[in-house]
Ligand binder design. Sequence first.
Ligand code: ADP
Ligand code: MG
Length: 360
Amino acid sequence: MKIGVIGGGQLGRMMALAGTPLGMHFSFLDPAADACAQALGEHILGDYDDQEQLRRLADQVDLVTFEFESVPAETVAFLSQFVPVYPSAESLRIARDRWFEKSMFKDLGIPTPAFADIQSQADLDAAVASIGLPAVMKTRTLGYDGKGQKVLRKAEDVVGAFAELGSVPCILEGFVPFTGEVSLVAVRARDGETRFYPLVHNRHDSGVLALSIASTAHPLQALAEDYVGRVLKQLDYVGVLAFEFFEVDGGLKANEIAPRVHNSGHWTIEGAECSQFENHLRAVAGLPLGSTAKVGESAMLNFLGSVPEVSKVVAIEDCHLHHYGKAFKAGRKVGHATLRSKDMASLKARIAEVEALIQG
Ligand SMILES: Nc1ncnc2c1ncn2[C@@H]1O[C@H](COP(=O)(O)OP(=O)(O)O)[C@@H](O)[C@H]1O
Ligand SMILES: [Mg+2]
């Protein structure tokens, strides 16, 4: 089976690493000449709205999927004329726009911070008056890794904030005094079968994921599965979807969804019986899903900017290095390590060892 992937970064690369043993072949559309997935398949060099290259991709694959959601709606519509596309155009339309996304949470009865649509500075002033400060202003589309957002703490921060974020459509959200952040990675097959990985605790540094720890029997697992299940059903979703939540007042508030494999699911490559990448491919290809059960305790640490010395990373017990083969650049996600262990105490000790390498 030939799989077309929109985007040729590390997520596409790890998809191909999971799908190649299943007999799958991969083509990636990516405008970057050095897209790191090209080592694992054919690289079609083109912008995401380049119809000639999109047509080329569609002609050589059995289906198309995505490693990132910020593609133009026209791209998905264009591709859908020639080849099945998973997840659907509607799923992408909702997930790529924070206003549609949060409105869907509200419609489905899923708790989420107070939010308002911002099309002008006047809208912002009115929203601040009703939601209050502190609040978080975010561009409706294209934000990632904490980019395209600004925390408004005092009245001075509000002045000119609409222009500061580029005078583009935004949302304002109430600031959530969360005690933790968790995410749930789920997979839904074409026939509607749904499976969930264990909830993952996430630590972000300056808006970028730094550390994920898979939980065991988290007390909010069932609630999270209920919320995520509602969204999957509403969207008639096919593939892997990640849902980020704030833990607050002993419950959950929805932050955002990603209609794709997700950084907080990278631990599943070694830490779960079937990884998020393999399960995504199984789902879109119409194959039976694999087990989402955890094998022992597991954590993932991101390498930002550079990868520590390989010999030192792999010297750590049950530590698995993923080097994306990307050029090193400050703040860029260039690799990660998965740690496994029999118990949480030794896992934490191994996390500290990797953190010491990251700090140099
Ligand atoms: N409403 C909020 N209240 C408090 N913290 C927030 C809020 N929204 C976002 N954050 C913080 O910023 C991080 C990034 O925001 P998020 O909406 O997830 O955007 P991104 O698409 O960049 O991941 C979150 O993981 C969280 O730490
Ligand atoms: Mg996020």
